[in-house]
Structures are given as C-alpha cells and as structure tokens.
Design a protein. Structure first.
Lengths: 481, 824, 115
C-alpha cells in the first residue's frame, strides 16, 4: 500500500516535471508526450484503485485532473483566492495554454493572484525578480504589466500591455495576448476611453468579455455604428462574469442618442475688467479636473485682450515704477501665463488638436513653447538611449524593453499633445537610437523577437512621418524576420 | 573690562577674518568690542603649533609667522571647504582649515569669558557674501569644534550694514557697503525704506583683498632687488619662501605706515637669504606715490565690480546716500579717495571698519534670539507662557504671540494685556482663545529697548502671576532671516540648472521638485549609479556653477532595478546656518536616499589646472582665428579680456606649483569664469554662422528636391522652409537646428536617388577605412563595393556603403558637462 | 511648480494682505504668522485661496515675506492676485469626453482588481 502510494506520488511529481520541461524549444517534444502518457497511466491506476475500494485512488485521481488542466484550475480557484505561490507552481507545468512559455504563464498566474491577495510586496518582488532574469517574452510583459498595475502604476501597466499586443510570432502565447487585450479594454472602460475600447473589438484575440466592453463603448461613446439593444444583450449573454457586468450593460441600454453638442460649455465670467476676466478664466482652467483645448484657447484669448489693453499696460508699468521694480510687468505676466499653460498641458496630457487652433499671440506662444519643450525632452531620452547603446552597456532584456517603451511613450505623448506637426521632427530624433538598439539586439545579442517588434514600430512611424529613407530601411529590417 | 552682566541678554557676534578676527557683544541696547588678553580689538587669525604640540593663537602666533613659517599658519580662511590639511612640521601634526579656524574661535570665546564671565554657547559668525555651501559648512564645523552649540552664519556685508544702520540716523535711500578684507572683496547695495533694510544685490571678487596690496609691494620689492642687487627672488620657488615671507611682512608694515607718512623704508625682520647669494639686507624706500601706483589697479578692479553692481540694479553712483567702508585695507587713504572720487557719493563717518562686521553680527544674534547666556535653573512663578516676539525689530507696531502652556501651577488667566514700562503704551486686554493663545499688538518707542510687563487676569478680574512676567523688544534696524548668499539648484542632464533657492532666499528654506531619471539603474550593479548633482552659482548652465554636493542612488542600495523615466521627488533643505541637506524619495521603490557626497571645494590640482589652461588658450586661439576670418571685431575685444585673465591664471598656476594653494584656488575659479566668458563669445558668433548654414542648406536641399524629389517631398520641403523662416525670425537656435536637420534629411533622400551619389559616398567611406572597428571586414566590404561599382550595381553599392558606415567611428559625443547628472 | 501654485502660494494670500499693503504691514504680518505657527495656534495653520484652503507653513510665510520685500517679485504677484474665488466648474458642465471617469469599475468584475 505504502509502496503504491509512493509510486503514485513519484508519478505525479514526474508529470509536473515533464510539464515544466515542456517548452517551445522542446516542442513537439518528448516531454509533452511523456507527460500525457504518465497522466493516462496514473489516472488508470487511480481509477482502478477506486474500483477496488482503495481510498488512495481518490486524491491521486484528483491530483491527476489538476495536473492535466493546470491553467484552468489556477484561474478558476487559485488566482481568485490570491494563492500566488501555488498558482505559479501549478502553471509551471502547463501543457496547452502556456506550453510556448509556461514560465511566463506561471508568472502571469502569480501576478494575477497577487492582485487578488492585495498586492503583498513579497509576491510582487517574487514576480519581478523572475521577470528581470528572463528573456522577456510576451507572457513576461503581461506579468510585468500586472505587477505595475498592482503597484498603482496604471500608465506603466498600459504601456506594457499595449506593447505586448504588438508582439507577433511563436514567442507570443495566445493567452497572453487575449488577457492583455481584455485588461486594456477593462481599464479603458473604467476611464471612459470609449474610442480605445471600441477599437479592440476588431482585435484577433478579443474574447467575449472584450467584445461586450467594445459593444458598450460603441453605444456609450458614439464610436462607430450604434449597437442595437439586441446586440448588447447578445454580447452580454456570451461574456464571463455576466451578473457583475450587468450594471454596465443596463447603463448602455438606457443611454440615449448623444445630443449633437458642438462645444463644451465654459465658465467665461462676465466681467467688465479684462484683467480680472482673464484671471478668472485662467483659474477656472487650471482648477478644472479635465481641462479642454477649447478652455485653453479661451483663456489665451482673454490674456490677449489684457496684454493688448494699453490702459492695463500703462497702469502696470506705473505701479512697477512706484515699487522700484525694473521688471516689465506685461512681459513678466506673459512669461508666467506661458509657463503655467505649458505645465498644465504637460501635466494633464491635454491634446491641443483642433480645439486649440488659432493665431492669438498667447496661444501661438504656448504652442511653440510646448513644441520646444517636448522636443527637448525627447532629445534627452533619445540621447540617453543612444549613448548607452554606443557604450554597449547591456541591461536585462526586461529593462531594455522598458527603455524602448519610455522613448516610444515620450514620442507618442509629444505627438498626441501637439499634433502631427511634431511627427517628422520627433521621428528624426527617436529613429537613430531605437534603430541602433534594435540592430544591436539583432546582431550581437541574438534577440530577434524584440528587435523585430522595434523595427515594426519604426516602420509604422516612418510611414506616418513620410520618411522615405527610413521606410525603405525598416521595411528591409522587418522583412528579415 | 566691560561691566558685568546684570540680567541683560548677551548676544555674541564674531567676524572670523582672513587676517584678523574680532568678537563683539550686544546687550539689546549697545554693542561692545571684546578685547583680547593683550588688550587689542583684533586677534590675528594665526595659529602656531610648536614642537611639543602646544597651540598658540593670535598675536603671539603672529610673531612667528616670518620666523617659523613651517609651524605657523595664517590665511587658512581662504582654504575653508577644501580637504587640504596644513602641516606643522616640528610637531608632525596637521590641521584642516576648520580645525585651525576652531582654534581662533575658541580663543575669541575664551576672551568673552575672561571679559564678561560668560562662556558663550551661541553666536553669529560672519562669512563673506560669496562663500559657497562647502565653505559655510566648514565654518559651521569650526564653530562646533570651538564649543559653540548653536551658530548662525551671516554674510559680512549684511553684518556691516546692520551695524552701520544701527548707529546712523534714519534716512531712506540706497547705500553701498565696500568691504575689502584681507583676502576677499564684497560690495553690497542696500536700501532702507521706512527703516526696513533690504539687500538689493551684491557682487564681489572672492580673490581680491588687502593681501593683494601686500603682494603688489612684494613684487615691486623683488623687482627693485633684482635691479639694484642683481638677485632674482621667485615667489614660486620653495627655496625663496623665507625671503618672500620677510618681504611680505615688511610690505604689510609699510602699507600701514604709509597711511601717515610720505615714504617709508621697508623694514625686513632679518637679512634675506636666497641660497644663491650671501644673506643681504636691501634698503628699499617706498614712497606713497609708488605705493599708490601699485595699488590703484587693484582699487580700480574693485571699482569695476562696484560699477557692475550699480549697473545691474540701475542705480546711479551719484545717487547713493552713502558708502560704508569695511575691512582693514579700507583705511588706506588712497583707496578711500579713489572710491569716493569715482563713485561720487559721501563716505559714512565715525564707523570702525575693522570691527563693524563683528558688531553687526552681534546685533543679528539678537534678531535670531541667540542669547549666549547659559540657561538658569527653572523657577516656576505662576502660569507658564510660551511667548513669540521679535527680540529686535524695525516695525514700530509688532505683535506678541503667546500661549499658556502650563496652567497647573496656579489660576489660569483668561485675559492678557501688555504695558510698556515707560508708561507710553498699554494694550487692550485680549481674551485667550480656545487654544489658550493670544495675539497682542504693541507699540514701540523708536531706537531703544522697550520693556513690557505682562498683565494677566482671570475671569473674575483678579491678577494672575505669569512666567515670564515681562519681555523686551528692541526697536532698530534688522534684516530678519539670514539670506542665502548664492543660488542653489540641481544640475540637469541638459546642463541646465533647476533652481531650488534663489540668491537672497531667507533661511531656513525647503523646496521640492520632481525629476525623472534618464537611465536605468540596475539593482546590485556596482557601476550603476544615479547622480543628482547639487550646484551653487548664478549661471543657468550647470558646468559653470560650483558643484557643492552629489546625492547618489547606487545600484547596490536599491530594492529593485529603477527604470529610466522614474520619478524622483527631491527635497533640498537649508537651515539658518546655511547647512544643506537633501532627500530623494523614489516612489517606484518606496525608498528614500539622503546621503550627499562630495561637499568640498574641489582640490586645485595643478596638473588639471595646467591642462584646463592649455585647453582654454587653444579655444581662445581658435575663436580669434575665426573672428579674423569672418570679420567680427566685437569678438576680438571680448577675447582680449579672456587673454588677460589667462595670463593671470598662468601666474597663479606658477605660484600654485610653488606650493601656494590659495593661488591654485584662485586660478581654478578664474578658469571657470573664462570658460563662461568664452561660452558667451561662442554663442554670440553662433548666429551669423547659423545664418550662413541656413542659406547653404536650403540652397542645396532645394536643388536636390527640385531635380530628384517627389511631389510630396517638395511640399514637405516647403513646410520645412517655412518653419526655418519662423525659427530664424524668433532667433530660436535649437528649433532652427532641428529644422535644418530635417531639411538635410529630405535633401539626402532625394540625393540618394541619383545614381552618381553612391560611388561618391563609397569613396568617402573608403578613405576612412583605416579607422574601422573591424578592419578585415571593412577591407572585404571595400573589395565587394569596388566590384559592385564596376558592374554599376548601385543598389548593392549602397548596401555595402551603409555596412561600411557602421564600422566607422562615430563623432565624439558632446561633452557631458553637467557633472554626469542622471536626472532631467 | 504646479500650475495651481501661482494662486495657492501667492504671498498676498499666505500673509492675508491686500495688494496695497505697505512694507511695514508685510513685515508685521510675516512676523505674526511665524509666531502664531510657532506656538501652534490652530487658525494660523490654514489660509484661503481662490482654489480652496491650503496649509500655511513657516517656509511658506518666510518665502512670502521675502517675495513681497523684493519689488521685482512683488509686482508680478500683484498681477496674479485674484481677490475672490472663481466659480468652480459645475459637474454638469463637464462634458463626457474621452478619458473621463464613468464611475463604473470594469476591472473588478473581470478579476483584474481586488474585489
């Protein structure tokens, strides 16, 4: 009896070990086959024991089932209960879901469980330490994104997840992409970023939950064709966690057709004194939780009226003379306005776009200063990357990817804030260092997966920047693999 | 001996000078200079250690300065903030500048004890206005070593202005404090408005002082000796050090004597020995005219600084209400006459330039409530009050704020009233609020100590005893909080400075900014360190400011790797003594770093200085050649100044090589100033060069696009040309450079379509193949390229040329001048 | 500097003075607030600005006094002085733009956040 028990436990351990050894490089693999054979043998032996009235068969059969479907078990029972270490251990032997990268999958399971456990620092450090040591496949990116989210860094998490979605090829387990797409959809829904959510409906890895969120987004955000009530109900009926998402669906069902409100209302105070009026408009803008480009343009126009008012300028200069100040008040005021508004745009990520078009002097100055500032910052980030690559200072792949995302993020932010006019100038700044990094990864460090993703991004941006030389170059690079 | 203390407060102010030091006390009414054991107002800042290790300070040590220079040290104030220890050969001891300064401070402290029977624990110590953080920190360290438990540092010009303002009749207007010490020159423009003193601005030369007068006389004497005796004495030769020291001593005495006599004979303490000749005793007669001709260039140098300050603050020299002279060298008649004549303003009379600073420091000690008397035993007499009020103030109607902190020892007061002891004022009764606190406005009689009695009553109107029962406020000129002498900020990776504290910021001060890292810091990596350099100075470019500390976040101290772009919340804090602390919070790591390294004045290594000098000379030569080539006369004028300064640096470097550390420090500082001046010259010539580049680039790109460009490229080029035009109108150099780069890129794209282009580029790359990183590979590529060219396969030739480029070295990257800053 | 600091840290608010305050009034107010903060009088700890209440600290009072002593800085602060609060934007005025919070947490139902 004891010998039988020992044999079965050894068999289970062997099943786990075969699963853990079953990776992309061992596929179609001996280990997978061995694992299944062992499972079948163990399951048969356990069933036979049970049929012979031997109670030992029950736990062994249960363990066999768990080891046969590790991801399912982890996702269903361990992750929601926050058992991060057990989740990690179990998913390490994943056969189907993560067989391309079961180490990464195990980290995803651990990170996800850690979120449910209230993000204990030990668990986060555990995942991070393993991610840093890895070659940073797609599943690792997902795990890193989840850790960032657990730490409250949602913007960082968004960056990791978005970069993962661009991954292609065998290093990208389907489950990693599917989960990342769902996470992005859920997070964007929470922010009310409807256009982002709606766009995810077309993603090849959008699951039922993502499709439901995208349908709701189309309804609430007015993005794309408006879904009917029936479509909404259908999407809801297929989604997981249906009951908990019902409130969102109800809100979408009761949402009426958006009124064609052209411009958001603005608290433009009715003040006779243009200086006070501009101060109020400025204060309202900076105090607003969601400043708009239109509000910015209005404040700038109010300041133009003040700075163009000869009476105000004269009074201010006389006051400066009385105090004995050498500063020119209109000039100092103008510099302060510009500094404030540039800081505001950068802090809030306000996209100027069409709402802040115009040729008022203050607005033009703000746009120019912003343009200059963003390019300066981009140059600093790009220069740091360039000098590191030149000096061949190697970072863990995980960190290399993070640096690449930082440059990319700075570029995307700059373009979003000021518009396409910055695309060409910005591209000329980021292309050389990112290209040098990708070439280094490809040639010397044999990391073709990440280098390929970088070339793809460079090609996409080159096309937007209409940089013919760069398009030709990166097309060749992308074609290499 | 001064009268013994009769319960009046005792405020101590110390002028820790380069040559002499003084201590003054203020009792809330008048200031007194404390005499030393020899009965003198001034104590020479000289320390001697004999063979047995006995330390002598002041006049007794001063006597050995010439006789025993190896064991006697003076002028160590100039080396404050450096890590240089000065040796005393006989005893084998070595002392750092703060340790030497501590000996002087301890002697002054003992003098106060001898004269007043109180060994002070607190004091205000004056420092030159241009002292930087390392120097201030060293001064504070010296005070601590001397036994002071609490000190505040006060810029010397403010101290002298306070003393001058305290004694002068009220009168609004701007005035100049001309402070020429032994080793430093400070000039401050101050303003009194309604009796309130304000520092409008200050300037100075950290390396101009009365000692330079002495050296001018020494140089004259050396020239005279060579002329008359044929003996050449060199200031930078160690074997001539004793002879030079004797000459200097004689020069100092002659300088003093010439303020009364028309001519003097330089009295050498002993015959001169040079090693090359027999000892000899030259008779050198120095006339007042000669002396004046020697020192006038130095006085003019100081006047140039004054004029620069006045110009900066749009103040006409003739409009100054008065000029206050501070410092021993200002008693020189020719100096006073020259300054008064050039500036055309009245000179304040009746002030002792030698002790004014110490008096001002003592007055400021009262403002800072630094009563030097040891605390007496606590005797409880009724309800205990915690009072806050200005001990000294300019305002005639200040507030007294208080709170009952211990009402257990008797009945609790409910109202408080203050009445002036001279009967001239009685406040309304103020009811205590819920916090048992009160705020009472009082009125002061001008320019005197105002004693008040606190009248407290309970709810029934019965008088309640309170502790303390009264308070005293002195009305007079104050400066409030001590101001920061030089701006402090953080060097950013762009070589700009993020300003934290502007010059003049009242201390204490604290400020925080959020920065972002620009490179990753790998956990556990020994060579991965994020540096946050803290700099001090008035330039907006970091490399021109003084590095005063570096906060480091090393790879081994972080809990996990810190990615590029991480936020760092940096807080800098300065206490009232000007001591700085820094704290960096890294939210991503949830860790705090507080270790600031390198809080020293960088050592003036003579080899480094020589290399810097050579580099700057080369830069001047290049700029001059360029200016001639392009016909830019204004640049030539600016370069003349730089060349003059470089010659000074050469001389100082010679002296530094001969062992004169002070000259080395001066050379280092001058080099920084020349660097800044050359930067300005380069910027001024940058624009004409850019204009030429615009024309060249747009012409070339326009030509390429017209011949080989696509329709879309033509339209893009038009956009770029418009942007170039706009940047040119706004004189925005960076934007212009970016747009020109873009234009070039467009031009090259078109140019590469020309079949003749690639052979040219290939030839150009081939000519540099010797410098390729992988020579065999490069040579193979050259062979393949030649074959491709022969068969006119331009596509292949292009690929080969591009591969070849990757093997060729990059241009040297731009100088990282921002002290390796890792933040933006 | 955050964009709101221009008002929040305006020395006239910190010292509770009008722009017409004399130099003596500036010094007096600075000294009074510092002393009140030192003895811990509750009402000294907070001051009002157009953007709401803010904490008054000794550093802020010192820096405000220094700013008003300096004519160059004082004149600029006078230009930015706004004597009463602007109407805060009404909730109804805030348009439901992209990136606006909808008040529905979609992360928790899908298991991406702790319930």
């Amino acid at each position: 009896m004891t010998a039988q028990l020992v044999l079965m436990i050894a068999g289970l351990a062997l099943v786990w070990a075969c699963g853990a050894a079953n990776r992309e490089d061992t596929r179609p693999g001996f280990f997978g086959l061995a694992q299944w054979l062992l499972l079948v043998v163990l399951a048969s032996a356990a069933t036979s024991s049970l049929l012979h009235g031997d109670p030992i068969g029950a736990p062994v059969l249960a363990a066999t089932v768990i080891l046969a479907f590790p991801w399912f078990v982890a996702r269903r029972w361990l992750i929601p209960r926050g058992h991060w270490r057990a989740s990690w251990w179990l998913v390490r032997s994943s056969m189907w879901t993560w067989h391309d990268d079961n180490r990464g999958g195990a980290l995803v399971a651990a990170a996800w469980a850690a979120i449910h456990a209230g993000a204990p620092p030990r668990a986060l450090r555990f995942v991070e330490a393993r991610c840093e040591r890895s070659d940073c496949g797609a599943a690792h990116l997902l795990a890193t994104g989840l850790v960032a989210a657990a730490r409250g860094d949602l913007e960082g998490a968004r960056r990791w997840m978005t970069s993962l979605c661009e991954f292609e090829g065998p290093a990208t387990p389907r489950m990693a992409r599917r989960l990342a797409v769902q996470w992005i959809a859920a997070e964007a829904t929470t922010r009310g970023a409807w256009s982002r959510v709606a766009a995810l409906a077309d993603d090849r890895d959008a699951d039922a939950a993502t499709i439901l969120l995208a349908t709701v987004a189309r309804r609430l955000g007015g993005t794309g064709p408006r879904p009917s009530d029936a479509e909404l109900e259908r999407a809801w009926s297929r989604a997981p966690s249906r009951q908990r998402l019902r409130a969102l669906v109800d809100r979408a069902l009761h949402h009426s057709e958006p009124v064609d409100a052209a411009d958001p209302p603005h608290a433009t105070p009715l003040e006779a004194d243009p200086h006070r009026c501009a101060l109020l408009a400025h204060a309202a803008l900076v105090a607003s939780p969601s400043p708009t480009a239109r509000g910015l343009a209005d404040a700038c126009a109010a300041w133009d009226r003040v700075l163009g008012d000869a009476g105000f300028v004269d009074t201010a200069r006389r006051r400066a003379a009385v105090l004995g100040a050498r500063v020119d008040p209109p000039e100092a005021l103008s510099a302060g306005i510009q500094a404030d508004l540039v800081t505001l745009v950068r802090a809030t990520g306000l996209e100027l776009g069409e709402g802040a078009r115009g040729d008022g002097e203050t607005l033009v100055r703000v746009r120019r200063a912003l343009h200059q500032r963003l390019l300066d910052e981009l140059e600093i980030v790009a220069d740091a990357l360039a000098s590191r690559v030149r000096a061949r200072r190697i970072l863990a792949m995980h960190e290399e990817w993070r640096e690449y995302l930082a440059v990319r993020g700075a570029f995307a932010r700059a373009v979003a804030m000021t518009g396409p006019e910055l695309q060409r100038l910005g591209y000329a700044i980021v292309n050389p260092p990112v290209c040098a990094l990708a070439v280094w990864l490809w040639n010397d460090r044999r990391n073709r997966v990440h280098a390929h993703q970088m070339f793809r991004w460079l090609l996409r941006e080159a096309e937007l920047a209409e940089d013919t030389e760069a398009i030709a170059l990166h097309r060749r690079n992308v074609e290499c693999g | 001996m001064l009268t013994t203390m009769t319960g009046r407060p005792l405020y101590v102010g110390i002028d820790l000078g380069t040559t002499n030091s003084a201590v003054a006390v203020f009792d809330g009414g008048v200031t007194h200079i404390v005499r030393n054991s020899e009965g003198a107002n001034l104590t020479p800042s000289v320390v001697r250690v004999d063979a047995k290790g006995r330390v002598t300070v002041g006049t007794a040590a001063r006597r050995f300065l010439e006789r025993d220079p190896d064991n006697t040290r003076s002028e160590f104030k100039r080396l404050m903030g450096t890590d240089r220890a000065l040796p005393f050969r006989a005893s084998g001891m070595a002392m750092t500048p703060p340790e030497l300064a501590a000996k002087v401070l301890a002697a002054l402290r003992a003098d106060v004890h001898d004269q007043l029977g109180v060994l002070p624990d607190t004091a205000v110590i004056s420092v030159p206005a241009l002292f930087e953080l390392p120097q201030s920190a060293a001064t504070a360290e010296a005070a601590a070593l001397a036994g002071f438990t609490r000190v505040e540092l006060l810029p010397e010009p403010i101290a002298s202005a306070l003393a001058a303002g305290w004694t002068a009749e009220q009168g609004d207007g701007r005035w100049l404090v001309y402070d020429l010490g032994g080793g430093t020159f400070d000039v401050s423009l101050l303003e009194t408005d309604d009796g309130f003193l304000r520092v409008v601005g200050h300037d100075g030369d950290n390396f101009l002082g009365g000692r330079d007068f002495d050296w001018a006389v020494v140089d004259w004497a050396i020239a005279a000796i060579e002329r008359e005796h044929g003996v050449r004495i060199r200031r930078d030769a160690p074997e001539h050090a004793a002879a030079v020291a004797r000459l200097k001593h004689a020069a100092e005495e002659a300088k003093v004597a010439l303020s009364r006599a028309g001519e003097v004979v330089l009295a050498l303490p002993a015959p001169l020995e040079t090693g090359d000749s027999d000892p000899f005793d030259p008779e050198l007669v120095l006339t007042r005219e000669t002396f004046e001709s020697l020192v006038l260039p130095l006085v003019d140098r100081s006047l140039a600084v004054c004029e620069r300050l006045l110009r900066e603050h749009a103040t006409a020299a003739a409009g100054l209400a008065r000029i206050v002279f501070v410092g021993g060298p200002t008693v020189t008649p020719v100096l006073r006459e020259r300054v008064a004549a050039v500036l055309g303003a009245p000179v304040a009379d009746g002030l002792d330039p030698m002790t004014l600073v110490a008096q001002g420091a003592a007055i400021h000690a009262a403002t800072a409530a630094l009563d030097a008397r040891p605390a007496g035993p606590l005797v409880r007499r009724g309800a205990r009050l915690w009072l806050q009020f200005p001990a000294v103030c300019t305002d005639l109607s200040p507030h007294v704020v208080g709170r009952v902190v211990d009402g257990n020892s008797g009945p609790m007061p409910t109202t408080i009233r203050l009445q002036r002891d001279d009967g001239g004022y009685r406040s309304d009764a103020v009811r205590l609020d819920d916090d048992h606190a009160f705020v009472v406005a009082v009125e002061l009689a001008p320019r005197q100590a105002n004693a008040f009695t606190i009248v407290a009553e309970d709810g029934a109107g019965v008088t309640v005893t309170v502790d303390p029962p009264g308070l005293t406020i002195v009305q007079g000129m104050t400066i409030g909080d001590p101001p920061l002498s030089r701006s402090i900020g953080v060097a950013l990776v762009s070589d700009h400075v993020q300003l934290y504290f502007e010059r003049g910021t009242p201390l204490p001060a604290r400020r925080s900014f959020t920065h972002a890292t620009i490179e990753s810091v790998a956990r556990g990596s020994a060579d991965s360190v994020l540096k946050i350099p803290i700099v001090q100075g008035e330039h907006d470019r970091a490399h021109l400011c003084r590095l005063v500390g570096t906060l480091e976040i090393p790879g081994h101290a972080i809990s996990r790797s810190l990615p590029a772009g991480s936020e760092i919340e940096l807080t800098l804090e300065l206490d009232r003594g000007g001591r700085m602390s820094a704290r960096a919070l890294v939210p991503a790591l949830d860790q705090v770093f507080e270790h600031v390294a390198h809080l020293l004045v960088p050592a003036a290594d003579t080899e480094v200085l020589a290399a810097s000098l050579a580099t700057l000379r080369q830069r001047v030569d290049d700029l001059r050649a360029d200016a001639f080539r392009h016909g830019m006369p204004h640049i030539l004028i600016a370069l003349e100044h730089a060349e003059r300064d470089l010659a000074d640096v050469g001389r100082d470097l010679g002296a530094a090589q001969g062992g004169n550390d002070d000259a080395g420090q001066r050379a280092r500082r001058t080099l920084i100033e020349i660097d800044a001046a050359l930067d300005e010259v380069e910027q001024s010539k940058q624009w004409p060069e850019l204009e030429q580049r615009i024309v060249r680039t747009l012409t070339w790109v326009g030509g390429q696009i017209a011949h080989l460009g696509t329709e879309r490229e033509r339209s893009l080029f038009e956009d770029v040309a418009r942007a170039v035009d706009r940047a040119r109108t706004e004189r925005n150099v960076r934007e212009l450079q970016r747009q020109l780069r873009l234009a070039n890129q467009l031009g090259e794209t078109a140019w590469y379509r020309d079949p003749d282009t690639w052979p040219t580029l290939f030839d150009e790359a081939t000519s540099r193949v010797d410098s390729a990183s992988d020579l065999p590979r490069a040579q193979t590529l050259v062979r393949e390229g030649r074959a491709a060219r022969d068969r006119e396969d331009m596509g292949e030739l292009r690929k080969i040329t591009e591969k070849l480029w990757r093997l060729l070295p990059h241009d040297p990257s731009a100088r990282r001048a921002s002290y390796d800053s890792g933040v933006r | 500097m955050s964009v709101t600091d221009r008002w929040a840290d305006n020395p006239f608010f910190v010292l509770e003075l009008s722009v017409a305050a004399s130099r003596a009034e500036v010094e007096r107010a600075g000294q009074k607030w510092l002393d009140m903060l030192a003895v811990g009088i509750g009402r000294a700890a907070i001051y009002m600005t157009p953007l709401g209440a803010r904490a008054r600290t000794p550093e802020l009072v010192r820096s405000a006094t220094a700013a008003l002593r300096d004519p160059e800085r004082r004149v600029v602060h006078e230009l930015w002085y706004l004597d009463h609060a602007p109407t805060p934007p009404d909730d109804d005025d805030v348009v439901d733009v992209d990136d606006g919070d909808i008040g529905f947490d979609a992360m928790t139902p899908l298991g991406w956040a702790r319930p």
